[in-house]
Each structure stands twice: as structure tokens, then as C-alpha cells.
Design a protein around this ligand. Structure first.
Ligand code: GUN
Length: 293
């Protein structure tokens, strides 16, 4: 069994971007600039956004963190997004999800210009992804592809079972892995809360992507020997033995599943860091797209 080390691969991706950014600066080109909006005081969101901003500074990008109160009106948020849309210096915009209940996630997603949609959530970005056109891939599935690519994991003709059908991970990764190029050409089954015989389906998988948000859901009796297991889960579970009062659990019962796998991602240190690396790739691309030809 080999660990798919997201921390290591993410650092390699970020190191490459740091070099490319230094090259841009040397040749007088624009410095990539990410704007991140954080609403309210959700602990997990605070951590994710802090990591994104830190990665920007490590690579040499500019970043603008905009903190807004939990009770901000939808109109004020949309106005802020339009301001960022019209600001030439901003290349990428992300609004950390989830949002407070009184704000429409769909309206927020659709307000961000597709050219600045580094999260890849806008319907235009998703539509282009489905049709195999150049676009921004959503960061988590893109990060998973980069990880599979780094470890040269064969995907052609493989049966991939995705557990979860969210717009952020399950649905897009299912489309990306069925595309007609590496990493892809897989036969993909998307499973969800209404799937029957989930255990049997998982046992047929060469690659399992667990993205349902239920701690330690995937147990060893669901995994074929030699399978590749990608764990997208990051749930905070109360843990009085930790200073923070919680520990992070993945969707996979790592302790018992790992010995059955050929490759497996750890939690933390697997998909999480790759999500940030992928966002940094998208931000670079959004900036480079503005270069005069
Ligand atoms: N919340 C959970 N995952 C994500 C993500 O990839 N992007 C944003 N903006 N919010 C998230």
C-alpha cells in the first residue's frame, strides 16, 4: 500500500507556480491576484480561507481577504462581487461556502464572471467542463486528478465508483474521469443516498472516491483488494483529547481499509492540500489569460 501524499504533491505544484510567478514578475507581467470572501465565523471556513490566503503569499500572488458579517444582505454581497468583477487587478474570486441561509448560493455563483470563476462553480464553467471545452475545473476534483496524475495511476478502462453527487465534488469528478484523455477514460458509477447494493458496487471498483461527508463510512468489506481509495471527507468530530476540541475524520475507515488498497489518501494531508494547489493553478490561469497576445 502506498500513501497518496497530497501535502507533498501540493507543495510541488505550488513550488512550480512560485517559479512561474517569479518569471512573470521578471518579464513585467501581471501578478496573479485572488480575492476571497469569508462570511460569518464558521470555524472550518476560517481555516480553509486562511490556508488559501497563505498559499497565495507563499507563491508570490497578491490576495485580498474580504470578511463580511453573517447578517450581510444578499444585495450587499452581490454588489461587492460586481465591484470585484469590474476590478481589473482581481483575477480570481471565491466566496467560501457554505453561505448563511438567507443568501442564495446560486445567485452568488452566477454573479461571479466566468473569467474570474476560479472555483469552477458557475453554470458556464460547468457546462464547458461537461463539453470538454477549456474552463476552470472545480478545485477539489481538479486536485484529485493532479494527485492521480502525479502517481501515474492508470484510469483508462478502470471502474471508478464515486460516492456522493454534490456539485462541488461527486458530480464534477464523475464527468472529469469519463472524459476521453488521461486522467480519464474511466467507466464511472455515481452512487448516492438512494443507491441500492452500495457494498456490491463498491466491491467492483478499481478506484473509489468517497465524497459523501460521513465519517468512516467506507469500511474494508466494501473495498476490493488492490483498489485505489480517494477520501474527500473532512468532518470535524468532537475529540476532548485534542487541544482544539475536535479531530478531522475522513469518509474512509482508514485504519482497516488501508491494508487492502494499492493506494490511499490520508486525512488530513490527502485531498485537502490538493484542493488548494488546484485553486492556485486556476488563479494563475485566470491571470495569464489576460496577457496581451
Ligand atoms: N466549501 C467547501 N469546498 C469549497 C470550495 O472548493 N470552494 C468554496 N468556495 N467553498 C467551499
Amino acid at each position: 500500500m502506498e500513501i497518496l501524499d497530497g501535502k507533498l504533491v501540493s507543495n510541488a505544484v505550488k513550488e512550480r507556480l512560485k517559479q512561474q510567478t517569479a518569471d512573470r514578475i521578471k518579464s513585467g507581467k501581471k501578478i496573479p491576484h485572488l480575492a476571497a470572501i469569508l462570511i460569518g465565523n464558521n470555524g472550518a471556513s476560517e481555516t480553509y480561507v486562511a490556508s488559501k490566503v497563505k498559499s497565495c503569499s507563499e507563491i508570490g500572488y497578491k490576495s485580498t481577504l474580504i470578511r463580511l458579517p453573517e447578517d450581510i444582505s444578499e444585495t450587499s454581497l452581490l454588489n461587492k462581487l460586481n465591484e470585484l468583477n469590474d476590478d481589473f487587478d482581481i483575477d480570481g474570486i471565491l466566496v467560501q461556502l457554505p453561505l448563511p441561509k438567507h443568501i442564495s448560493e446560486q445567485k452568488v455563483i452566477e454573479t461571479i464572471y466566468p473569467t474570474k470563476d476560479v472555483d469552477g462553480f458557475h453554470p458556464e464553467s460547468v457546462g464547458r467542463m461537461v463539453q470538454g471545452l477549456p474552463t476552470f475545473y472545480p478545485a477539489t476534483p481538479y486536485g484529485i486528478l493532479l494527485l492521480l496524475e502525479h502517481y501515474k495511476i492508470e484510469t483508462k478502462g478502470k471502474h471508478v465508483v464515486v460516492i456522493g453527487r454534490s456539485n462541488i465534488v461527486g458530480r464534477p469528478i464523475s464527468i472529469m474521469l469519463s472524459k476521453n484523455e488521461y486522467p480519464g477514460n474511466s467507466t464511472v458509477t455515481v452512487c448516492h443516498s438512494h443507491t441500492r447494493n452500495l457494498n456490491e458496487i463498491c466491491l467492483q471498483a478499481d478506484i473509489i472516491i468517497a465524497a459523501l461527508g460521513k465519517p468512516e463510512f467506507l469500511t474494508s468489506d466494501m473495498v476490493k483488494p488492490g483498489a485505489v481509495v480517494v477520501d474527500v471527507g473532512i468532518t470535524r468530530v468532537e475529540d476532548s483529547s485534542k487541544k482544539s476540541g475536535f479531530s478531522i475524520k475522513g469518509d474512509v475507515d482508514f485504519q482497516n481499509v488501508a491494508s487492502k488498497c494499492s493506494y490511499i489518501t490520508p486525512v488530513p494531508g490527502g485531498v485537502g492540500p490538493m484542493t488548494i494547489a488546484a485553486l492556485m493553478m486556476n488563479t494563475f490561469k485566470a491571470c495569464a489569460a489576460k496577457d496581451p497576445s
